[in-house]
Design a protein around this ligand. Structure first.
Ligand SMILES: [Zn+2]
Length: 388
């Protein structure tokens, strides 16, 4: 398969994740439905030129986003602090007071709400999978459940100064078309662009092995994101954020589409080594957890994971361990009482920990370790808190 970002090399397959749930972030109302969740194959290929990583077996027909997709992170204090700071930074850098912003994706408009609190005057969120309960349109904040079109950039009471997209591009099979649509629209109205994705380099370098999910057909390292944006006229220097887990590209002005020279955007040579070692690394991390869970089972210990999102779903589907991992805990009330795709683990709230009688809680994302440890303690749990 030709690299969909730089088109200058074929992708080399370096990791086979096997068959995994198609949606790591769609939760099910019954255990039976969860266990029967649709699955798809994941084989990651990397581009030797720009460093882009893609699931070469991705089938877009399996992935149709619908309400029920739940990947909001806005329940966590750590995440909220990050989002608040990002919102006020964007308002300041793009002069959004007296202006309009359009977000592609954006679910319940939680982030757009933060931009408005930080001084943005008008916001439009375009998201076909925005949940029903979010359609609370006010005069200045609208959610439309449809795809973004170029005409949406110009409509509105105030001048549009920012087009943004957070955690959408990694779901898109043709990232070049998606970014081109954004930058063309931004160019027409002289708006800036902000794109944020999970950092593919974090997955490779910091062994975020549980981040490989079917919904994410694309993984961007800083070099690949820079190459992608540059082709669409947005020269950016992608920045890592959120403990290195996120990657963002931002510009206040989109230039003309330039002739693209892949040689200028070649990836850090270290990335090829990271890809080559990834399968081995994954296997050794998986083996360590299998051993840990087997000894926990032998001792009759009761475990839960904390984090019913991408990482939790992948972790459970690779290790299953239904006899020793009893629950998934999550702060998002919309997830509570529902079930993890593939394995059918029940999701409980932190409040339910008091009665769950757990010996160990495995935190799925290290960035939340401190807040989870204190929430678990506050909920009356004396379980040991460990990190994946
Ligand atoms: Zn490439």
């Amino acid at each position: 398969m030709r690299c969909p970002v730089c088109h200058s090399a074929d992708l080399d397959v370096f990791f086979d994740a096997g068959v995994q749930p198609v949606f790591a972030n769609v939760l099910y109302d019954t255990r039976e439905e969860a266990v029967a969740a649709p699955k798809g194959r994941i084989r990651l290929g990397g581009c030797p030129v720009c460093g882009f990583v893609h699931n070469v077996d991705f089938d877009p027909n399996l992935v149709a986003y619908a309400p029920g997709y739940e990947n909001s992170l806005h329940g966590s204090p750590t995440f909220n602090a990050f989002a608040d700071e990002l919102a006020s930074g964007l308002v300041e850098r793009h002069n959004l007071n007296g202006a309009r912003a359009v977000e592609i994706g954006g679910g319940r408009a939680e982030f757009m709400g933060l931009l408005m609190e930080a001084g943005l005057s008008e916001g439009l969120v375009m998201d076909p999978s925005s949940p029903d309960d979010s359609l609370v349109n006010s005069a200045n904040l609208r959610i439309e459940r449809r795809l973004f079109g170029p005409e949406d950039a110009a409509a509105g009471e105030h001048p549009t100064r920012l087009l943004l997209s957070r955690h959408v591009l990694e779901h898109v099979e043709a990232p070049k078309d998606f970014v081109g649509l954004m930058t063309n629209a931004a160019r027409q109205v002289d708006a800036g662009v902000y794109v944020e994705v999970p950092n593919g380099l974090w997955t490779l370098r910091d062994l975020g092995v549980w981040d490989v999910i079917y919904e994410h057909c694309s993984y961007f390292t800083p070099g690949a994101l820079r190459a992608l944006m540059a082709q669409a006229g947005a020269e950016t220097q992608p920045r890592e954020a959120y403990g290195g887990q996120f990657l963002s590209a931002e510009t206040s002005k989109v230039g003309p589409e330039a002739d693209f020279d892949p040689a200028q955007y070649s990836a850090d040579p270290e990335e090829a080594g990271l890809r080559a070692r990834f399968g081995e690394t994954f296997a050794s991390i998986e083996t360590r957890w299998r051993e840990h869970l087997a000894s926990a089972a032998a001792e009759g210990r009761r475990l839960a994971i904390w984090g019913a999102g991408s990482k939790g779903t992948t972790f459970l589907n690779n290790l299953s361990a239904e006899d020793v991992i009893l629950y998934a805990v999550d702060v998002n009330a919309r997830k509570v009482g529902r079930y993890i795709p593939g394995t059918g683990h029940e999701i409980i709230s932190p409040d339910a920990l008091r009665d769950a009688d757990l010996d160990e809680i495995v935190v799925m994302n290290p960035i939340y370790q401190a807040e989870i440890a204190s929430m678990a303690k506050a909920a009356g749990s004396s379980a040991e808190v460990t990190v994946v």
